[in-house]
Design a protein around this ligand. Sequence first.
Ligand SMILES: *[C@@H]1O[C@H](CO)[C@@H](O)[C@H](O)[C@H]1NC(C)=O
Length: 177
Amino acid sequence: MHEWRALFLLWAVVEATQDCPKPCTCQSLETMGLWVDCTSRGLTSLPTLPARTRHLLLANNSLHEVPPGAFDHLPQLQILDVTQNPWHCDCRLTYLRLWLEDRAPEALHHVLCASPGPATAHPLGHLTGYELGNCGWQLQASWASPGIWWDMALVIVATVSLGLLTGLLCTISRPHH
Ligand SMILES: *[C@@H]1O[C@H](CO)[C@@H](O)[C@H](O)[C@H]1NC(C)=O
């Protein structure tokens, strides 16, 4: 039995280290997935993370931002520690904020912003959408600016489509003799 156990441990270590990001340490979790510890590594950007990452510790680094979608390829990710980083809390941090809001809302109170000015020392979770900014997604403006012409074009397209649809339905439902 000892051999098997040793073999399993060896396998776990090899599995854990083969795709571990360089500055971090990794360990296989009994529950499958990987425990990735990148605490206090002086990171200024996210390392390339293995798809099996389940626990990700990024505390005490020099991270300013998380690129939108950064964790989308990590379906198992459950625990994320991003405290003690100089977060730049503008619209680009919305992804991180929403990710935490969904999976670990209480953590949002401990993630402090370092910049920009008005957000300094505020927890990320306390900023409103307006304070984070909207990255120029001006949904309302882009719909409103072409104004009446856009509306008219929609009405015309709708009318023509309805006409075509009615014609089609009449053709189909007309009995063939
Ligand atoms: C944070 O990381 C630095 C190295 O980047 C280290 O010197 C320091 O002790 C760490 N602080 C804590 C609280 O872990």
